[in-house]
Write a protein that binds this ligand. Sequence first.
Ligand SMILES: O=C(O)C1=C[C@@H](OP(=O)(O)O)[C@@H](O)[C@H](O)C1
Ligand SMILES: C=C(OP(=O)(O)O)C(=O)O
Length: 426
Amino acid sequence: MDTIAIPALNRPIDATVEIPGSKSITNRALLVAALAQGDSILENALFSEDSNYFAKCLEQLGIPITLNPDQAQIQIAGKGGEIPAKQADLFVGLAGTAARFISALVALGNGEYRLDGVPRMRERPMGDLLKVLQSSGISVNFQGNADFMPYTIYGGQFSGGHFRLKANQTSQQLSALLMIAPYAQQDTIIEVEGTLVSQSYVKMTCKLMADFGVQVDEISENQFQIKAGQRYQPRHYTIEPDASNASYFFAAAAVTGGRVRVKYLTKQSCQGDILWLNVLEQMGCQVREGDDYTEVTGPDQLQGIDIDMNDISDLVQTLGAIAPFASSPVTIRNVEHIRYKETDRIHAVVTELRRLGVRVEEFADRLKIEPGPITPAAIETYHDHRMAMAFAVTGLKVPGIVIKDPGCTAKTFPDYFTRFFKMLEQ
Ligand SMILES: O=C(O)C1=C[C@@H](OP(=O)(O)O)[C@@H](O)[C@H](O)C1
Ligand SMILES: C=C(OP(=O)(O)O)C(=O)O
């Protein structure tokens, strides 16, 4: 297996970096542009496994797409809600967004569509979304375990109406339904039953829908109404840099007591993970914002924090990886849902911190990390891009840390390590 050794930096970092486009915005924009009637252009689009699988699925569904990776640009000729292909065998890799959004999209198509992913994708929750589709007249045939991939969706009659949806394991199934709802036969109301995790991503969904001309009304808390007959308009749309992926670079400033500026990302971002800046402020960093950049300066000594990360859970690994350097414990709460992601992330962070000699307590929905010295080790990444990206930051402070299977960053950030090492050279 490939590995990358991280060189410890015995000086404060001082760098300016650029981060590729947001995965979450790219895949939402691809979906709504595919449903719009006419040509959209996406600028600063992400090119990575998650977005490539998404684009490939759309292409197989008969939506013409032109990819220009050199210009970070994608052109899509939307079909106004029609799915031209009557049959397709679709593969989503490990992309949760592609799995959920494409499953909902094909419900609008008059044909049969098989979906599958990598082995871990076959374990990730799909059932709540599929139940809603089934209750609206769509049939689903499971080839493996009921409610999991692989399955075939027989699309064509998404009726709309009033649905109840569980969203305690993932918000992506709600986002998926919201985005297809304007194309249902009647108005749709989606009522979230119980807890809604990762709420900030639902806000992002509503913002993207609004940017492409469709309105969602939150008629009461966690109850969403989408009027039928609304139509997405094609757009020339610029995607923000990925705030979750910017977190590693800001964290590098935080742990080295240095300064990192991320260009074209500001607190006005529609990504919930921009709140990483607040987390770092609470830990003692300074944050400075310009018109088109944000800059973090790390303190001499980071402070611990006790924080609910339900809404910003892609940052759990970033915080976990820098937590041992704080002066007091770090407690990360209310994140049971990260056990259903690329890997069981609570367990993966706890295991790798323990491998580094850190004292950590694991609970069903939280973890507590004690400050203390680190003994270097080779970090397992479990096919999870965020394990690799986060623990590379730990390596800046401790000589001898090695990241196993660094290629796993291709999921959302194929040239992460190139940019990371460039940052160190500045
Ligand atoms: O909607 C989205 O774009 C995402 C929602 C979140 O997932 P969950 O809703 O499964 O927590 C997040 O972790 C994921 O990286 C992207
Ligand atoms: C959870 C993530 O991805 P997915 O979209 O596959 O859920 C992630 O990128 O951290």
